[in-house]
Design a protein around this ligand. Structure first.
Ligand code: COA
Length: 201
């Protein structure tokens, strides 16, 4: 099984798209990530996880994602509105990653999915990932439309709709659509300082 350590930026990069702020999520964000997923309406939750899942399964999923994957959150104030995830390893190839997205139901179709996929593509290229895989239910028109915007051709694979985004091409398309705005990068996970602060040198 292939395992890759993902590079999560440590230097602060401030991102403001209107009032929306992006930052990387880490293990300390488990509670807000859980709240965010519970905020999805029934159909959106089902689309996100391809069905319903138990609370115990969800807890394990959240912990694993925040530990191992790159997770980027979009916030309005303290409210986590949307999350994009970049997962590697398992049966994926060395330069492949699988993506997942969730936008709270009242904030759909306002461009948050687009904002996050652009940020995810940037993270992918920084991690030497050339293919971003999008997998969803065939009924999920929103996810298929989002993936197609970035060059994916969605095709049936079994009972799923699967698309592959070429990361370089996706970034090119992102740049073409937003000629005057910088690509969003997410702020890093807040670093926990030792009690008494950092040692002086
Ligand atoms: C899929 C999802 C992430 C899209 O996020 P979003 O913030 O609504 O996406 P955007 O507003 O950036 O829209 C992206 C494109 O898709 C199109 N789109 C969005 N919803 C659509 C829908 N229901 N039907 C058709 N097209 C749709 C938009 O028009 C836009 O295209 P445009 O820029 O050419 O106008 C969001 O709907 C979601 O979280 N759904 C529930 C969870 C889920 O299904 N996750 C995916 C599986 S991991």
């Amino acid at each position: 099984m292939f395992f890759r350590f993902l590079f999560k930026p440590r230097e602060p990069e401030f991102v403001l798209e209107g009032d929306i702020r992006l930052r990387h999520l880490g293990p300390r964000d488990a509670a807000i990530f859980r709240d965010h997923l519970h905020e999805l309406h029934y159909v959106d939750f089902r689309d996100r996880f391809n069905g319903l899942v138990s609370d115990a399964w969800l807890e394990t999923y959240i912990a694993r994602s925040l530990d191992n994957a790159i997770c980027i959150g979009a916030f309005l104030g303290d409210h986590l509105l949307a999350v994009a995830e970049l997962h590697t390893g398992g049966s994926l190839g060395e330069h492949e990653a699988e993506s997942a997205f969730s936008v709270v139901s009242d904030w759909r179709r306002k461009g948050l999915g687009t904002l996050l996929i652009r940020s995810l593509l940037k993270c992918a290229t920084e991690n030497d990932i050339s293919t971003l895989i999008v997998e969803t239910g065939p009924q999920n028109q929103a996810m298929k439309a989002l993936a197609r915007k970035f060059g994916a051709k969605m095709q049936f694979e079994g009972d799923r709709s699967v698309g592959r985004i070429n990361v370089a091409e996706g970034l090119r398309l992102a740049g073409r659509r937003r000629a005057f705005a910088p690509l969003p990068a997410a702020m890093p996970v807040p670093v926990e300082l030792p009690a008494g602060g950092l040692p002086a040198h």
